[in-house]
Design a protein around this ligand. Structure first.
Ligand code: SAH
Length: 237
């Protein structure tokens, strides 16, 4: 018999470990955490700081506003969190990073876990990004005050895809982005609500017709709302 798979392992490096699990302790991800389907370790970067004041940041070389997280302290925090042979990818949450996409999320869910560094202040010294091979990931084109919420977003997206976490075996394969399209509209009872009805085809019992309708609606919504995705999926205008 195969040994049970080791749980997907998340290590967060942050100045605010008490923020975790936060919302990830609720609902789907919270239940999965309690059931040991994934594990979470939030480590305080400040524990790797030395000196009387345990400073983790310093003023930017070259001048300018704000503070920068020090390469030596951050590297020590990463090293302390990484046992020999640990093959997990290492990330830095960063508005400069590659935008997080469902394909990358799916990839990650198939791996052993992730080590995620959460920036604060102006960000981190460039040398530690290079020196520790950090992959920069962005959750969107806006600036957060810290990487913690970004890390939670990334973890939430991954955890729901781990084996046994979502209820229906196939929910997750029909969703937005899975086929490069946005998802079709959903309806449930009541059949009539404020003068609006559920589209007849969904009540017809004709599964082929329902599939066609859903596909058409997914294509229509994607063209209207996300011409970039429509072009990638090869949909004509
Ligand atoms: N000066 C930086 C912004 C720093 S914001 C710049 O202009 O690029 C502080 C921290 O918040 C960052 O180090 C990063 O960890 C996190 N952060 C901010 N916006 C983010 C985003 N869109 N995606 C992921 N992390 C983000």
């Amino acid at each position: 018999m195969n040994a049970p798979a080791a749980p997907w392992q998340a290590t967060i490096l942050t100045l605010y470990p008490e923020m975790f699990p936060g919302p990830l302790g609720q609902s789907l991800s919270g239940r999965a955490l309690a059931e040991g389907k994934w594990s979470l370790e939030a480590r305080n970067i400040r524990d790797s700081a030395t000196g009387k004041h345990r400073n983790v940041d310093d003023t930017p070389a070259g001048g300018g506003p704000g503070m920068v997280m020090r390469a030596d302290i951050v590297a020590a925090a990463i090293d302390a969190a990484t046992p020999p042979g640990d093959s997990r990818p290492r990330f830095l949450m960063s508005p400069r990073g590659r935008p997080l996409e469902q394909a990358r999320v799916r990839d990650l869910a198939q791996g052993p876990g992730a080590i995620i560094l959460c920036g604060r202040f102006e960000g981190v010294d460039e040398r530690v990004i290079e020196g520790r091979g950090l992959e920069e990931v962005s959750i969107g084109d806006y600036v957060l005050s810290g990487g913690e919420l970004g890390a939670m977003v990334m973890l939430d997206a991954v955890i729901r895809l781990l084996p046994g976490v979502m209820g229906a075996a196939d929910s997750g394969t029909e969703e937005s982005f899975e086929a490069g399209l946005l998802e079709y509209p959903h309806y449930t009872r009541p059949r009539e609500w404020e003068g609006r009805s559920i589209p007849d085809v969904l009540l017809s019992g004709d599964h082929a017709a329902i599939l066609r309708w859903r596909r058409r609606e997914a294509e229509r919504l994607t063209r209207e709302r996300r011409p970039d995705l429509a072009a990638k999926a090869g949909l004509a205008d």
